[in-house]
Each structure stands twice: as C-alpha cells, then as structure tokens.
Design a protein around this ligand. Structure first.
Ligand code: UDP
Length: 451
C-alpha cells in the first residue's frame, strides 16, 4: 500500500481539562515515537507547563476559546454545548492558517470526542479525523444508550424501582439507575449534548484509552455502535515519558513516602476538579487518623481550606501535598479516589486496590466496575462517617479481603504490562492506528461515520 511519507503531522485537540489533556499528551508521545510530528491546539487559559518537556511538539492557541472558568457559571453541559458552538469558526481559521503557512502535511486531526466542533474543519479541508475518548468504553456505550432516550419518559420510568434496577441490554452489571447522568443536569440538555456528540462529529476511527482485558465486551458493543475502527491502546501513561500537569508538582512528599513501610500508605486524591465538603473532610481525617495507617492527601490549591483542627491532626499522622507527582511509589498500599478514569487506570497499572468515593455519574460507573467486576476496591456510599472510614482503610490495608483485592489488581497490572509489550493488544492497536495513518488514511472518507 502507498505510504503517506509526506503527511507526518498529527493535529491533537484535547478538551482543556487536566483529565483530558493528560491522556491526549500521552497519545501525542506515542505517535511522536512512531515518527509523527505533533501539533497541539489548546485554549489560552490552559497552558500545559509543557513546551520545555515536549521539545518536538508545536503548540497553537485557539483564540477566544470559552474559558474553563465558565463551567462554574453555566455548568458542564451548557459549557460543552457553548464551547462547541463558539469554537468551530476559530478552529477552522487556525487550521486554514496552518495549511497556508506550513503546507498540508497533516495526516489526521485527532480530537477529544467532546470537542466535536473539529469535525467541520476536518471535512472542509478534507483532512481525515479520528476521535479520542478519554473515558472508559463502558461509559461511551452508556452515553450511546442515553442518546436514544427521551428525557421526560426516562425520568418517569426511573420512579419505578424495577426499572431502576433493570440491567441495560448487554451491559451487565450496569442497570438503568447506573447510567452516568449524575452531575450533568438537567437531563434533557445532557441528552441534547449526547446526541450532538454523535450527529455533529465525523470521524474515520475512534481511539480509546482503555485495555481490552478490562472491557472486552463493552469494546465489542462500542465497535458495533460506532461502525468505525476502534483502537483500544491504553493505558497510555505506561509508555509515556513526560507528564503534562497544569499545576506544579510538589515533590516534597517523595522523601516522606521513602520513610514509610511498603504498601502501608493510603494515597488520597479526588482528581483535578472535585472538592470534598468540609463535613466529609472532617470525618475522613478522623477515620484516617483512627486507622493508624499513614496517608498522603492531595489538597489542591483553591480547594476548601482544611479546618484548623483537621490540619493539625492530619499533619501528625499524614502528609498533605498540593499536587502530587504521578510517579508510582512502593509505599502506597491503597488509593482513596474519586474514580476518574485516569486515576482508575493509574491505580490498576500499579496493582493498588482502591477506596472508591465517586462524585458524578461517570465516576460511579467506574466505581461499580472497580468494586463488582474487577473486584479491586471498596465503594463508600452515602454519608461518610469516621467509623466507616477507619473500617474501610483497615479492610483494604490489613485484612484478607484487601489482600485478595491487591492480588487481583496485581494480575491486572501484569495484563496491562503485557498489553503494551510487543504482541500485546494495546501494542497491536497502536500499530494498526499508525498503519491507518500512514496508508489507508490516504483514501479514507474524511467524513467517516456519524455514529
Ligand atoms: N493527578 C496528579 N496529581 C495529583 C492529583 C491528580 O497528577 O496530585 C492526576 C492523576 O494522576 C490523573 C489526573 O490528575 O492523571 C486526574 O484525572 P482523572 O481522570 O482521574 O480525574 P479528573 O481530574 O478528570 O476528575
């Protein structure tokens, strides 16, 4: 097949949030290692402190992109709808400028599937495009199911406990009440977004940061629904050399971790967006201290300040950090997490079992899989109180139950490592993608399927 040696540039368009930029930059590194030049389009407000870490990458700013701070004012659903509406023309101008200045050396535009405005530019300039999904395959299938629902009828149906607990076809153990809608209210507008994601974008393929061994049946469903090639080439962080934090990493915790016993520390992080209520912080701090296990707690700048009594108690038994470096450490024995998809993959990749405290629908779905499918974690539901925290920590770190979870997590860790090695599923998926970009992309329909 003819090689497209002259088209070796990949344009990447991440959603401007940490949890989406990180895997996109990891994907960029994977493709860069295969000989592609990388151009990343970001908003003005989302500087990855990056150029220095990514010397081969070009960074271009999409002007006047909706600032992420707008999420606070209008909520995530309206933010995404508005972002897509207002960015289409600016992005087209950016790509047009790039084509004039650099010539058309673009093999493909790879965009976060939530940045579906990119599809219009890809179509106009006849550049192949591929979407990148940074959440689980199961989450994507659920969104597909949601896109077909009528909001009003669904809300009425959900008053019936039998319907709430009905398993979604082919998606055991996900029942209708588990569909990831929490945090994306109102439902009617969220379903509009789910439909826009499907109808407005066009792509010749879908890359997904997951591993076949975790979600093989969801991947099969996704492939059927999408009708385009799906490349599960995660977990991308295993092979990436550089991290891409928007916040500065505080390495002071490494020295503290070095002093702790192997697999004794609970690492607590709620990701890059969510914040815990002060009442819950108080119960967590007390429970953690009562458990007598050492803990490392990420309290991001801008989070609600810790009450003074908590700061004092915590600093005696634990260590607080503003933003932790993402290096694995042998002292970490358990991960208290909000179950964002990156955190989930990172924890499994280290063979570390989890205490799950999800906030929104997507995280709850991940937690369901962590607890009931992969059986590598404990889900904390309802109101958190100190006794429950203490018990959860002890179950995870000291009990037989936690040891079994760790064993299963370690098996998955091995499978992850195998998947990215020569002949493994993610390794093969990456090579298939590269092959597509170098050869078949040449003749691909730029409009792909509007799955
Ligand atoms: N993270 C980090 N340092 C911290 C806390 C979190 O680097 O102190 C990273 C974490 O490793 C993950 C990302 O932030 O890669 C969070 O992404 P995730 O999808 O888990 O959650 P989100 O932030 O999107 O809710």
């Amino acid at each position: 097949m003819e090689k497209r040696a002259e088209k070796k540039r990949i344009v990447l368009v991440p959603l401007p949030l940490q949890g989406h930029i990180t895997p996109m930059m990891q994907l960029g590194q994977a493709l860069n290692s295969k000989g592609f030049s990388i151009t990343v389009f970001l908003g003005e407000f989302n500087r990855v402190s990056s150029s220095k870490h990514f010397p081969g990458f070009q960074f271009i700013t999409i002007p006047e992109i909706l600032p992420v701070a707008e999420v606070e004012a209008i909520g995530p659903v309206e933010f995404l709808i508005k972002l897509n509406k207002t960015s289409e023309a600016n992005f087209k101008d950016c790509v047009s400028q790039m084509l004039i200045q650099q010539g058309n050396d673009i093999a493909c535009i790879i965009y976060d599937d939530l940045m579906y405005f990119c599809g219009a530019a890809a179509n106009e300039f006849k550049i192949p495009s591929i979407i990148f999904c940074t959440t689980s395959a199961t989450h994507k299938v659920c969104n597909y199911v949601l896109s077909k629902l009528n909001a009003e009828k669904f809300l009425i149906d959900m008053e019936d406990p039998d319907l709430q607990n009905k398993v979604v076809e082919n998606l055991h153990p996900v029942s209708f009440k588990d569909l990831p809608i929490g945090g994306f209210e109102p439902l009617e507008r969220f379903l509009v977004l789910c439909r826009e994601i499907i109808t407005k974008r066009s792509a010749c393929g879908a890359i997904i940061n997951t591993v076949s061994c975790l979600e093989s049946s969801s991947l099969t469903l996704l492939q059927q629904e999408f009708g385009i090639p799906v490349y599960p080439l995660g977990p991308l962080h295993i092979t990436a050399k550089e991290t891409s934090s928007l916040l500065e990493e505080d390495r002071s915790c490494i020295e503290w971790l070095n002093k702790q016993k192997p697999r004794s520390v609970i690492y607590i992080s709620m990701g890059s967006i969510f914040d815990i209520e002060t009442k819950e912080v108080l119960e967590m701090a007390n429970g953690l201290c009562d458990s007598n296990q050492p803990f490392l707690w990420v309290i991001r700048p801008g989070s609600k300040p810790l009450p003074e009594e908590v700061s004092k108690m915590v600093s005696e038994k634990g260590f607080i950090v503003k933003w932790a470096p993402q290096n694995a450490h042998p002292a970490v024995g358990g991960f208290w997490s909000h179950c964002g998809w990156n955190s989930t993959l990172e924890s499994i990749a280290e063979g570390v079992p989890m205490i799950c405290r999800p906030f929104n629908g997507e995280q709850k779905l991940n937690a369901l899989y962590i607890e009931s499918v992969w059986r590598i974690g404990i889900l904390l539901q309802g109101e958190v109180e100190r006794g429950g925290v203490e018990r959860a920590v002890k179950r995870l770190i000291m009990d037989e139950e936690g040891a079994s979870m760790r064993e299963r997590a370690l098996v998955l860790k091995e499978k992850f490592n195998y998947s990215v090695r020569s002949g493994g599923s993610s390794y093969n998926a990456l090579n298939e993608l590269v092959n597509y970009l170098e050869t078949e992309g040449k003749d691909a329909k730029t409009s792909g399927s509007n799955y």
